[in-house]
Design a protein around this ligand. Sequence first.
Ligand code: PLP
Length: 355
Amino acid sequence: AGILNFCANNYLGLSSHPQVICAAVRALEEFGAGLSSVRFICGTQSIHKELEEKIARFHQREDAILYASCFDANAGIFEALLTPEDAVLSDELNHASIIDGIRLCKANKYRYKHMDMQDLEAKLQDAQKHRLRLVATDGAFSMDGDIAPLREICQLAQKYDALVFIDECHATGFLGPNGRGTDELLGVMDKVTIINSTLGKALGGAAGGYTTGPKPLIDLLRQRSRPYLFSNSLPPAVVGCASKALDLLMESNAIAQSMAAKTQRFRSKMTAAGFTISGKDHPICPVMLGDARLAAVMAEDMLSRGIYVIGFSYPVVPKGKARIRVQISAVHSDEDIDRCVEAFTEVGRKHGALP
Ligand code: PLP
């Protein structure tokens, strides 16, 4: 009782939004508990098609395809799209599901240093010998809350004739003036070719993922993508929930703006208190502590003060870069944020993280 959750990906608080819950219940009642089928047999209902159209509209893309998760979307795309004559260039800190998806494809693999544009350019030059080049990056990186330099990536992609793929799991719904994501934030919506994202974080938090992009690509995925072809269709309640979440975000950017203001409040108050917060302007706010044990004992002590946060240490993050990853949500009140900062300050002083 009274414990505040500061470690969920529920960035917009939509998983407990009454209209989202109501839409899920209605879909459950009208369309049943599940389809007992993959999409192309008897697993497609009107609501699946409507949600795909809505996702494409939200991102201003031609078409979209649903998956059971973004992990599946990442597992399915590279193998379906790339041949042994092609090349994929991936940021070294990309999410595990991108890494696994790339492992499954037969394209030539290049790994560039994290957000290092000189290294990416060198790798793009080397990859000129291949038929097609795809640069793959997280839009926002979940461990550090840092944002990929998409403007520069898109410029390089143009120069070296490459496509750009972004994973927007930690951006969709809240980054950019209208919450469209990293591409909107950085003004490159017309330059990023493919977006994969999740319905399981800001968009209601239930489950599901998708790819959105050019129609011929989506058509190809429907023919060839193995997690789409061989895994069950999304349950109606999950579809109903995501669909309502998107309606709310397309009606107004107020929820996203409120989260941004709270992020700003937390980051500035924590910095003023003497903590180092990694990343910039992102609701993932890693409180950098260095020592693994310090991160663990501080997180434990925070819980005893009613703040639920988790310490991250090696091998999840590099050695010597242990941290407590705080995630801000639109449902946190200003008082909640202040309570969290106060608890950090007390606990930080007690354990020597602050003077
Ligand atoms: N990509 C990134 C960057 C993620 O953070 C996650 C989830 O942790 C995923 C993909 C997988 O998303 P899902 O939970 O929809 O499978």
